[in-house]
Design a protein around this ligand. Structure first.
Ligand code: FAD
Ligand code: EPU
Length: 337
């Protein structure tokens, strides 16, 4: 157990937060020991992967940071076309996807280059370019911090939704996810239908991409619009894309006929929050070192020395402005600590 650790390199907003207590978990067996420790019992705790979806409000974390650092993956079973691969929670997500793509195992290629670690991926059912984690999720292993027991979650018990799961809501903070198992395919049709991706492949003259070409295409698109946290602090999309009823959309379309929308069924539509934020005039905005990315309006950035509260205050201003202008509530995707 370490004391007074600077978390600047452990959160992609690059905020210089000091943690009162910090422990690194290199093997999942260490969790059993940890939960008997008085520091664990008596303190507020936060489980941290790569810190790419958190915003610390304060510069001191009065509690215990549990950093998942158990790495590695293995094939645990094979059945006909399906290969079951188990990855430990501390494995870098992007590295893991690259390894699967290299091995020719299909399912994760559209999720290339998402920052963070494997253990956090089920937390918000990560998604990109038409694919979500749940599409090739098999099960996960987690430590129940209340009972001290290990529990295996199958897909239904994770209650996955758009950027949500049981771990993000009903069971928030209760489980440490220690490993995730994926059901990948030796052969499968690639998913190239996401607008941007389809367009990019067309423009690049790629007709029948292989799994590696698709992964490279996703990486190129991502790099062209999302800021690299090594140079500009950010946590990806700050808000979720809102889902609205047809009645509200019809009203909006009277004024904004060109509003982008994706039909979800049941008279509901998903509207890109980036579009709403851009229309409201925030794209590229900067106040001090807190700002809105100039290539993707859904990404809030730390240009250098913004505080967590400054970034949060900007987010709240945007939220209020979008609500006032469009009558739509934007729900943060990032975990506010
Ligand atoms: P952290 O930020 O460390 O943690 C996130 C949450 O999960 C916290 O509440 C934490 O307590 C909890 N948690 C972490 N590990 C565990 C564990 N082992 N057990 C239990 N709880 C845990 N997300 C997308 O879905 N799609 C994208 O396309 C995408 N693009 C991004 C691009 C950029 C540039 C950035 C910076 C972020 C992006 N994100 C995206 C968000 C982020 O990458 C994902 O949410 C990722 O899964 C977070 O992983 P992490 O290890 O950094 O989690
Ligand atoms: N748009 C704008 N202005 C912008 C950016 C986008 O108007 O500055 C509009 C355009 O109409 C565009 C649409 O928004 O077609 C969608 O944009 P984009 O394809 O960039 O996707 P997004 O909806 O902004 C979501 C995810 C991303 C994910 C991409 C690709 C959420 C909250 N975000 O963003 O995930 O990478 O799709 O699939 O669902 C993340 O979760 O952190 C994240 C980056």
């Amino acid at each position: 157990m370490e004391r007074f650790i600077d978390l600047k390199s452990f959160n992609t907003f690059g905020l210089p937060v000091v943690a009162n207590y910090f422990v690194r978990i290199a093997h999942s067996a260490e969790i059993k020991e940890l939960i008997e420790n008085p520091v664990f019992k008596e303190n507020r705790r936060l489980i941290l992967g790569g810190g790419s979806n958190v915003l610390f409000l304060d510069d001191f974390f009065e509690g215990l940071i549990i950093q998942m650092d158990n790495t590695g993956w293995e094939i645990i079973n094979e059945k006909d076309e399906i290969v079951y691969v188990c990855a430990r929670a501390g494995t870098d997500w992007s590295f893991f996807v690259d390894e699967m793509v290299e091995a020719g195992l299909h399912g994760l290629e559209n999720l290339s280059l998402i920052p963070g670690k494997v253990g956090a991926a089920p937390m918000q059912n990560i998604g990109a370019y038409g694919v979500e984690l749940k599409d090739c999720f098999h099960s996960l292993e987690a430590f129940d911090l209340q009972s001290g027991n290990i529990r295996v979650f199958d897909k239904p018990s994770c209650n996955f939704g758009y950027r949500s799961s049981v771990f993000k809501h009903a069971a928030r903070g209760r489980y440490i996810i220690s490993a995730v198992t994926f059901a990948l395919k030796k052969n499968a049709e690639l998913n190239t239908s996401y607008g941007n991706l389809e367009e990019y492949l067309k423009q690049s003259g790629i007709k029948n991409p292989g799994i590696k070409e698709l992964s490279e295409a996703v990486k190129t698109i991502r790099q062209s619009k999302l800021p690299d946290p090594r140079y500009v602090g950010n946590a990806g999309s700050f808000f979720k894309n809102p889902v609205v009823h047809k009645l509200l959309l019809d009203d909006l379309m009277k004024e904004y006929a060109q509003i982008p929308k994706y039909e979800l069924g049941n008279n509901t539509y998903k509207i890109p929050a980036a579009w709403l934020i851009e229309q409201a005039g925030w794209k590229g905005y900067r106040l001090g070192d807190a700002g809105v990315h100039d290539k993707q309006a859904l990404v809030l950035v730390n240009h250098g020395s913004a505080s967590g509260r400054e970034i949060f205050a900007l987010a709240m201003k945007i939220q209020l402005d979008v609500k006032t202008k469009f009558g739509i509530h934007l729900d943060p995707e990032v975990n506010i600590i």
